[in-house]
Ligand binder design. Structure first.
Ligand code: NAD
Length: 289
């Protein structure tokens, strides 16, 4: 299959390489020359403009920083430039309104489109083990699945257009809340005289178990291996968690949903990022307690 891939950063670079490994002809574009030359090393054909990359493509995959960029790329350079009937897959994490608007514009112009944001970080992008949460018609999902599978551990249809972004914002709001709760519980155990490792052994087998505690323990040297054991380097940056929380807060406002703990988590990550910690793994909230 001929696949155009736009946005070859931390995530998209590894994803495009996995499509090449699966035998697809991948045509890549990124504004960054470094990202493009890495894509060439990984077997992609590279282009100096989006319309060149999408010419003749059966599918277009995008992995871009935000909704404004996604909208600009699709409206200026993909819709009307890719062949009629091509499938568009936006894997970026963006706001729901923009996701639905861009999909509608693509459908109106005769294309199929799904939103397909991912769970899993750079290691999962490189390893082909992302979870894709897909919003779009059943027919579009059936076309998208074989494109996504070489990059995926799981490909799940969440519902109609935008449902993938809803799943992503709800998942990451929950993740932020249980990460902060895990940090608070570990710090409280320690300060109240209980060895944090002993607390981990008890709570990870009790009703306090959750992914942040069991699989990504945010206290150095305690429980499961995580970026905490490496000075909170790598992992999932606090700035990206704040981005996702802001998307969730915007989504909650539009939907009229009450999310008091989500709002509190957003404030905590905002203060942490503004204090210069945006590049640290999101488990580093532990260091503030
Ligand atoms: P990144 O900044 O590393 O990569 C984005 C790439 O897009 C860059 O290479 C940039 O040059 C390129 N780009 C920007 N504007 C462009 C344009 N107009 N045309 C072409 N290329 C353009 O970001 P990332 O970490 O790869 O994240 C990409 C998306 O994936 C974001 O929406 C992010 O929220 C989401 N995401 C990231 C992670 C993670 O752990 N990094 C995890 C899940 C989801």
């Amino acid at each position: 299959m001929k696949i155009a891939f736009i946005g070859l950063g931390n995530m998209g670079g590894g994803m495009a390489a996995n499509l090449v490994r699966a035998g697809h002809e991948v045509h890549a574009f990124d504004l960054s020359p470094e990202a493009l030359s890495k894509a060439a090393e990984n077997g992609c054909a590279t282009h100096s403009a989006v319309p060149d990359a999408v010419a003749g493509a059966d599918a277009v995959v995008t992995m871009l920083p935000n909704g404004g960029i996604v909208k600009a790329v699709y409206t200026a350079d993909v819709i009307g430039k890719a062949p009629a009937g091509a499938l568009f897959i936006d894997c970026s994490t963006i706001d729901l309104a923009t996701a639905r608007e861009v999909t509608q514009a693509a459908i109106d112009a005769g294309y199929d489109m799904v939103d397909a944001p991912v769970s899993g970080g750079i290691a999962a992008a490189n390893g082909g083990t992302l979870t894709f949460m897909v919003g779009g018609s059943e027919a579009a999902f059936d076309k998208a699945r074989p494109v996504l599978e070489p990059m995926a551990k799981a490909v799940i249809r969440a519902g109609d257009s935008g449902a993938g972004q809803v799943a992503k914002m709800c998942n990451n709001m929950l993740l932020a809340i249980h990460m902060i709760g895990t940090c608070e519980a570990l710090a409280l155990a320690d300060k109240a005289g209980l060895d944090p490792q002993t607390f981990y052994e008890i709570s990870s087998k009790s009703t306090g178990y959750c992914w942040s505690l069991n699989d990504y323990t945010p206290a150095p040297g305690v429980g499961a291996a995580s970026p905490a054991d490496n000075g909170y380097a790598g992992g999932f940056a606090s700035a990206l968690m704040l981005k996702d929380l802001r998307l969730a807060m915007g989504g909650a406002e539009t939907a009229g949903a009450s999310v008091p703990l989500g709002e509190h988590a957003a404030k905590i990550y905002e203060a942490f990022v503004e204090a210069g910690n945006g590049g640290k793994d999101f488990g580093a909230i532990f260091t503030t307690l």
